[in-house]
Design a binder for this molecule. Structure first.
Ligand SMILES: NC(=O)c1ccc[n+]([C@@H]2O[C@H](COP(=O)([O-])OP(=O)(O)OC[C@H]3O[C@@H](n4cnc5c(N)ncnc54)[C@H](O)[C@@H]3O)[C@@H](O)[C@H]2O)c1
Length: 449
């Protein structure tokens, strides 16, 4: 963001709807600030506005700031038609510089927490956000870290930066961790209905954060420390990574036994208790499940403790793109075709259905593998118009009976709503389904993971 020292222009200046919290010495937040306006931050800002709380966003990406100011949403979960009136009325605004942080009462930090190439946590975005906040920290501020991270980040990384101002936590300002649980694309669980776990650096911090978030979320669940809240999020996502790893291993096992994985899962899923259905797939994707368990694994390595389930799940899950490509190559082989002489269409490249997010998407590995084996590759994804994989930049191909007929094989990687899988099956000599969308369908040209 530009110039720290200048004042906000009137177009970005938040209009106060209630008195500021620090004026009243109580937890009722007048203006909420959200730092990082992506899949997590923008929905949170909108949810604040829906709860009647003035919300000001901060983001280092000028293009994103301009876009949101125009009322255009960069994420699927927030429709531009819903965002525009909020921006127009002024209840949602985007600040041009960090000095606007002084005018807000609560600050939720929603910046990325990726992995470095070495698989170590990259918390530089969290550190940068805390450093940007530091010059503007004042008495009465409530800071809530939302970014998923390893236990200890809030206390060991964020707190020292904020306390280097001379202000003291629990006395001058409040600091808490509250993991974000938004599930992009999930219309059944709107953000405000997902319970919010909150753990403060001190009990007062927990109380302040819980009082604020209980105005936005239906349920808040306070825990005894920031570390417990950080760890709860890692348990949730490790639970998914490990169970997906288990079911992926089952898929590999069924494959060797000549059994239909999807039939087996469906049968096991009829048990009304004690079983939870997970589906195999071409590998993990997104900014959470493949990454978050690695944060914990890294933290525990520093304590000479090996997180064996996490490591094993990672090993199984990261082999799935290769397994999918190999299995499709074998199916092509049965049709007398070599993958190097084949035109292949990958359908769906986002990491999951109905989002445009391609971060960590297994489709990227699959495309790279197919290209490296000589396949003439195209892709179709209604939500991802262009895609760069290695040195290749591709454009989404249309999905019509005519275009489909020009392919030897289709690999269904991500099943977005609205994709006509039956048309694909009718038009292409070989369909390799990584997601079970064809489960139960019969056809000599259908092959499944
Ligand atoms: N995407 C999800 O489904 C999801 C779900 C739950 C939790 N999370 C966690 O939430 C956090 C944010 O994820 P996301 O998917 O919203 O990321 P995102 O990449 O969609 O958005 C992050 C935003 O932060 C901005 N940003 C980066 N550094 C900044 C800084 N120093 N100051 C201000 N803005 C900055 C970026 O420009 C971007 O707009 C991550 O820790 C992630 O693990 C994500």
């Amino acid at each position: 963001m530009e110039g720290d020292g200048s004042h906000m222009s009137s177009k970005t200046s938040p209009r106060r709807t209630t008195r500021k919290a620090h004026d009243r010495g109580n937890p009722h937040i007048g203006i909420a600030g959200v730092v990082g306006l992506g899949y997590v931050g923008l929905p949170l800002m909108v949810e604040c506005a829906r709860a009647g709380i003035q919300a000001v966003g901060f983001d280092t990406d000028p293009a994103r700031r301009r876009m949101i100011r125009r009322g255009e949403s960069p994420v699927e979960d927030i429709a531009s038609e819903d965002l525009r009136p909020l921006v127009k009325s002024g209840i949602v605004s985007v600040a041009e510089d960090w000095s606007a942080l002084r005018d807000v009462d609560a600050i939720s930090i929603c910046v990325p927490t990726p992995l470095r190439k070495s698989k170590e946590p990259d918390i530089s975005f969290v550190t940068a956000a805390a450093e940007s906040l530091k010059p503007h920290l004042r008495r009465g501020h409530l800071i809530i870290l939302e970014s998923t991270t390893y236990p200890g980040t809030t206390r060991e990384i964020v707190l020292p930066i904020l306390e280097s101002t001379g202000l003291r936590v629990g006395k001058d300002f409040w600091l808490a961790f509250s993991p974000e649980r938004v599930d992009p694309g999930n219309v059944e669980w709107p953000l405000s209905r997902i319970p919010k776990v909150i753990g403060g650096i001190t009990p007062e911090c927990t109380r302040e954060a819980a009082a604020f978030y209980s105005r936005i979320f239906e349920t808040v669940h306070p825990v005894s420390s920031a570390e417990a809240a950080e760890m709860a999020k890692l348990l949730e996502n490790t639970f998914r990574a490990v169970n997906i790893g288990l079911v992926n291993e089952f898929a590999l096992t069924c494959d060797r036994l000549g059994l239909d994985t999807w039939e087996v899962i469906k049968a096991a899923g009829t048990k009304p208790f004690g079983f939870m259905s997970f589906k195999p797939g071409p590998g993990l994707g997104g900014h959470c499940i493949p990454i978050d368990p690695q944060y914990l694994s890294w933290r525990m390595r520093l304590l000479n403790f090996t997180t064996r389930f996490i490591d094993l799940a990672e090993e199984v899950n990261s082999e799935m793109p290769r397994h999918a490509v190999l299995k499709m190559a074998m199916a092509l082989n049965h049709q007398g075709k070599a993958i190097s002489k084949t035109r292949v269409l990958v359908v769906g490249v986002a990491y999951k259905a109905d989002v445009s997010d391609i971060r960590e998407s297994p489709a990227l590995d699959i495309i790279e593998l197919l290209i490296s084996h000589g396949a003439k590759l195209r892709y179709h994804d209604p939500l991802v118009p262009t895609l760069t994989v290695g040195e290749h930049t591709l454009k989404s191909s249309p999905l019509t009976a005519k275009t489909l007929r020009s392919f030897d094989a289709v690999m269904i990687v991500t099943p977005h709503t609205g994709i006509d899988h039956r048309l694909i099956i009718r038009s292409v000599p070989l369909v390799f389904d990584c997601r079970g969308v064809t489960a139960g369908m019969k056809g000599k040209n259908i092959f499944r993971l």
